[in-house]
Design a protein around this ligand. Structure first.
Ligand SMILES: NC(=O)c1ccc[n+]([C@@H]2O[C@H](COP(=O)([O-])OP(=O)(O)OC[C@H]3O[C@@H](n4cnc5c(N)ncnc54)[C@H](O)[C@@H]3O)[C@@H](O)[C@H]2O)c1
Length: 250
């Protein structure tokens, strides 16, 4: 077990059990971590908690809107009250509001930036204070290949995910001397509620471009997160690990 005795906070439980947050929470628990799952929809977090507890690990569901500072501070305190420390933060909560630029409403821009980017800033700020006192911790930000390549119809999402890469690198520089590592995982196309709405023709076209010939699963992303939280990556910080079947190679 690579994470025995660690306490993890994962934001964004996932809309169903295929959610990336769900997969990450379970993978961390399988490696021995106790896991708090924060979501603005408590029902989603409770589903993950049940799954983590079935692995005989402690789990806590936290109702938290990552885009609101007071909600984040309260949620982080709830985790501290329950577990006493936080060793791992996974900023996974994310939303999409796709539209072509000329049709994109200002509220679609703001909502996506608020959850995907400001949310990671607020959670990292709250948890870094705890980790700095501990002089140890790992933060993993779930960005996207769209933050590397851009995507038509996703100016808001791609900008937020690119910003998350900037946040990752800045925090890695700022917090490295305090024993805190900060990395990002950039998933490609993963089979979740977020990609359910892809039309068949688009799905076929995407599959043709993926060297490994399939969409990803939450477990594929979770494996990378576990690695970045474990001692095996003790000398890795400020990096973006792409998990996309080879779709984007830079
Ligand atoms: N599915 C993909 O193909 C894919 C690809 C690349 C990156 N990602 C990223 O992975 C992450 C997880 O995506 P998913 O596919 O599991 O999506 P999902 O919609 O299943 O899960 C997202 C979760 O975030 C939560 N959330 C939304 N707004 C929130 C808020 N304000 N506060 C707290 N929680 C909030 C939702 O309740 C949901 O549980 C996201 O950051 C997403 O951008 C997904």
């Amino acid at each position: 077990m690579r994470l025995e005795g660690k306490i993890a906070l994962v934001t964004g439980a996932g809309k169903d059990s295929r959610g990336i947050g769900h997969g990450i929470a379970l993978a961390l628990a399988r490696e021995g971590a106790d896991v708090a799952v924060a979501s603005h929809t408590l029902a989603n977090a409770l589903r993950v908690v049940d799954a983590v507890q079935s692995l005989s690990r402690r789990a806590l569901a936290v109702e938290m809107d990552v885009s609101r500072a007071e909600s984040v501070e309260a949620g982080v305190n709830e985790v501290l009250n329950a577990f006493g420390r936080i060793d791992i933060l996974v900023n996974n909560a994310g939303i999409t509001r796709d539209a072509l630029l000329v049709r994109m409403r200002e509220e679609d821009w703001d909502a996506v930036l608020d959850v995907n980017l400001k949310g990671a800033f607020l959670c990292s700020r709250a948890v870094a204070k705890v980790m700095m006192k501990q002089r140890a911790g790992c933060i993993v930000n779930i960005t996207s290949i769209m933050g590397l390549t851009g995507n038509a119809g996703q100016a808001n999402y791609s900008s937020a995910k690119a910003g998350l890469i900037g946040l990752t690198k800045s925090l890695a520089r700022e917090l490295g001397s305090r024993g805190i590592r900060v990395n990002a995982v950039a998933p490609g196309w993963i089979e979740t509620a977020m990609t359910d709405s892809l039309p068949d023709a688009v799905r076929e076209a995407i599959l043709k471009q993926i060297p490994l010939g399939r969409l990803g699963r939450a477990e594929d992303v979770a494996g990378a997160v576990v690695f970045l939280c474990s001692e095996e990556s003790a000398y890795i910080t400020g990096q973006v690990l792409t998990v996309d079947g080879g779709l984007v190679m830079i």
